[in-house]
Every structure is written in structure tokens, then in C-alpha cells.
Design a protein. Structure first.
Length: 217
């Protein structure tokens, strides 16, 4: 697994221009834009487009970016709380040392996205489609993958706590590198995932319960 890039490593770094507006606008087109140490409380910027842009030290709270698109973006030290990212589209994105709490990302599409050292708490990914997504050395607490589609998703060094996979569809999902597998529900939907023998032993009681098997000595 590669290391996260610094801002200067981005191929479009030399072309970035600082965002000088006070707000994020609905339908805004943010192409080759740099957002640094900015706060956007309660911003409504549905259907916005971010491409070849960088966000560093940005704080988004209680806003909405529903149906927005994020193509080839870099986020570092970003804090997102209580914000609506439902039905968004993410392609070739890198998220580093960022935190998401109480965020709705349901029915979204994430392709070739990597989270490095991030913390996701109470993030709703219901019905989302994740393809070639990696959660690296991250914490996922109370993350909801109900009815989501996960393809080629991995969790190296990450900790899952109270994750839900009810009616999820998994294909080539690699859980072997996870530091901890805390799954609340949806054990019967883990078909298509790869786990280690040790993880299988740890999860055996939950698997048995999901299959209606009683374990007795």
C-alpha cells in the first residue's frame, strides 16, 4: 500500500488557485482550486463539482453537498460533521488524516478512493457503491454498509467497530489486514470477503448465530 501524498506531490499542485469566496455555492464549479484552513458552517452547495482540487484544514458542519462530484481531489486534515453527502460521486480521491462524524453518504459512488489515517463515526453508507476503495490505518465506528455494494475494498491496519453489513453485496473484499473486526450485524452478507483463519475463529460464534446454529459443549 502506497503512502499518502503531500500537497506538493499532486500533479496539479502548481496550477492551484486559492478559493477567495466566503461560501460554497450550489452548482459551484471548483476546478483546480485550493481551500486552506477554511470553515463552511451550514453551507448548502448541492450539485457542486470539485475537480483537481485540494482541501486542507477545512471544516464542514451541518451543511449539504448532496449530488456533488469529487474528481481527482485531495483532502488533508478535513473535519466533516453533520453534513449531507448523499448521492455524491467520488473518483480518484485521497483523504488523509480527516474525520467524518454523523455524515450521510448513502446512495453515493466511490471509485478508486483511499482513506489514510481517517476516523469515520456514524457514517451512513447505505446503498453506496464502493469500488477499489481502501481504508488504511483508519477507525470505522458505527459505519453502516447496509445494502451497499463493495468491490475490491480493503481495510489494511484499520479498526472496525459496530460495522453493519446487512444485505450488502461483497466481491473481492479483503478484511485480512484489519486490526480489529467489530461487526454488529450482517454476518450472513459477508460472502465474497476474504478473512484470515484467526479472524474466522473469532467470528465463529457470530456466524453460527446468523445461521441459526446452537453451540454447546
Amino acid at each position: 500500500m502506497r503512502e499518502p501524498r503531500a500537497l506538493a506531490d499532486l500533479p496539479f499542485a502548481a496550477y492551484l488557485e486559492d478559493h477567495d469566496g466566503e461560501h460554497l455555492e450550489p452548482g459551484g464549479d471548483y476546478n483546480v482550486v485550493r481551500f486552506t484552513d477554511r470553515e463552511f458552517p451550514g453551507s448548502t452547495a448541492d450539485n457542486a463539482r470539485f475537480s483537481e482540487s485540494a482541501l486542507s484544514g477545512v471544516r464542514l458542519t451541518d451543511g449539504s453537498l448532496r449530488r456533488s462530484r469529487f474528481n481527482d481531489v485531495w483532502l488533508h486534515g478535513v473535519q466533516v460533521m453533520g453534513t449531507d453527502f448523499a448521492e455524491t460521486s467520488w473518483l480518484d480521491a485521497e483523504v488523509v488524516n480527516s474525520a467524518f462524524a454523523g455524515v450521510a453518504v448513502y446512495d453515493s459512488e466511490l471509485s478508486r478512493v483511499t482513506f489514510f489515517g481517517c476516523k469515520l463515526v456514524s457514517v451512513n453508507l447505505r446503498g453506496a457503491k464502493l469500488r477499489q476503495v481502501a481504508f488504511v490505518n483508519s477507525i470505522l465506528r458505527d459505519v453502516d454498509f447496509t445494502e451497499a455494494e463493495l468491490t475490491a475494498v480493503s481495510f489494511p491496519g484499520s479498526t472496525l467497530e459496530d460495522a453493519r453489513f446487512d444485505r450488502a453485496r461483497l466481491d473481492k473484499v479483503d478484511l485480512r489486514g484489519a486490526a480489529a473486526l467489530g461487526i454488529r450485524s450482517g454476518y450472513d452478507s459477508l460472502r465474497g470477503a476474504t478473512i484470515t483463519f484467526t479472524q474466522a475463529l473469532d467470528l465463529a460464534p457470530a456466524f453460527a448465530q446468523a445461521l441459526g446454529i446452537t453451540l454447546k459443549d
